[in-house]
Design a protein around this ligand. Structure first.
Ligand SMILES: [Zn+2]
Length: 368
């Protein structure tokens, strides 16, 4: 995939992807400060359902041009998946449950420091960003699917946890890397993979939904392929927090033209319910990567050649353990007051879905 430019990206006016309304108001205009793709993009708010989305939106044929070759998630999966707490540190009632690390603990926990009571538990508590969710499979034949599995980092963890896991990945080079690792990956979209109905016990989509032109169709497709009471877990940026208000067009996760949808808890709950999910848990991540990236973008717009700006913008892709520890109190506080910049959502598939209208059901106005 080549670096996109404006000549390759065709934009088209669209209706609200959630409610179909054509009434919308401009929310913000911004450029792509991360990769310099295209020119100015407009983000609007639907005047009927309040959903925020990019409009005009890249056409289906233009979507590939929005992603530069160096686009991070295609090169390295789970870049900010820093520390996964071991089982003994996650035995409380937290909604995010993880499995033990197979790698060794950090060096400072393997030396004399380890004798300090509670240090290990404190470390894992501080570094648990709640950015993903890895349940244990209910049976040895339980199946899971991940949309946007990129190079297979999370998919490998699912397999390691005992799931019969499959991935779906649009980018051929990333999918090929997963396949070389022996992982089962469908190349294409969730719809083009033509997955069987009522098949999976769990489904995942980490920082993917905001990239989709039709997120409602994707939610319905997840509902179709999941078994009754199957889990659907995903993460998205949180447009309803303080970050976009303070940073404006410099908000790190506007990420035009790659992000097409912007969700908050109030827009996600009714949408998931409408698509057949219940028992919806919305967790604010303990994550301030958006803040660091936004500071970098603001500085770059003031001083385009600033090395500090470049460092801040790149920071979310290589966030060190030390920075995470230093900034953890701020991240934890923001999550506690439900102002996290990213959300992890877990919902349960409730079947059967709402009964569709059949041809035999006549409308009252129809003649007999
Ligand atoms: Zn709408």
């Amino acid at each position: 995939m080549n670096q996109g430019d404006q000549s390759e990206i065709v934009l088209a006016e669209i209706a609200c992807p959630i409610c179909g309304s054509t009434r919308h108001r401009r929310h913000i205009e911004t450029t792509d400060p991360l990769h310099g793709v295209g020119a100015v993009f407009q983000i609007v708010r639907c005047q009927d359902c309040r959903h925020i989305f990019m409009n005009p939106c890249p056409t289906d044929d233009s979507l590939a041009a929005c992603y530069p070759t160096a686009y991070g998630p295609h090169a390295s999966q789970m870049a900010n998946d820093s520390a996964t707490p071991p089982a003994e540190s996650s035995n409380d009632a937290k909604p995010i449950q993880t499995k033990p690390l197979t790698t060794s603990s950090p060096w400072y926990l393997c030396s004399g420091f380890r004798r300090i009571p509670g240090l290990r538990k404190l470390y894992y508590w501080l570094t648990d960003t709640r950015s993903n969710y890895l349940p244990m499979p209910p049976t040895s034949t339980s199946r899971a699917i991940e949309l946007g599995c990129a190079t297979g980092g999370f998919l490998a963890k699912l397999v390691e946890a005992g799931w019969q896991a499959e991935g779906v990945e649009l980018v051929e080079s990333a999918a090929a890397e997963s396949q070389r690792e022996g992982l089962s990956v469908h190349v294409g979209t969730l719809q083009s993979a033509e997955l069987s109905s009522n098949t999976y016990e769990a489904s995942f989509a980490w920082m993917v939904i905001e990239h989709l032109p039709d997120p409602k169709a994707a939610f319905c497709e997840f509902h179709r392929i999941l078994k009754h009471e199957g889990q659907f877990a995903f993460s998205v940026p949180n447009v309803s927090c303080w970050e976009p208000i303070v940073f404006g067009k410099n908000w790190y996760v506007w990420e035009v033209p790659r992000h097409l949808q912007y969700f908050g808890p109030r827009s996600l709950r009714p949408l998931l319910t409408e698509c057949g999910f219940d028992d919806i848990q919305i967790v604010h991540q303990r994550n301030i990567l958006n803040v660091i990236g936004s500071l970098g973008i603001a500085l770059r717009r003031l001083r385009p050649n600033s090395k500090l700006a470049a460092w801040l913008i790149d920071c979310p892709n290589r966030f060190s353990m030390w920075w995470q520890l230093v900034l953890a109190p701020v991240a934890i506080f923001l999550a506690m007051i439900r102002q996290g910049g990213r959300l992890t959502v877990i919902a349960r598939c409730n079947k059967p879905p709402v009964k569709p209208i059949t041809h035999n059901e006549k409308q009252p106005s129809e003649p007999a």
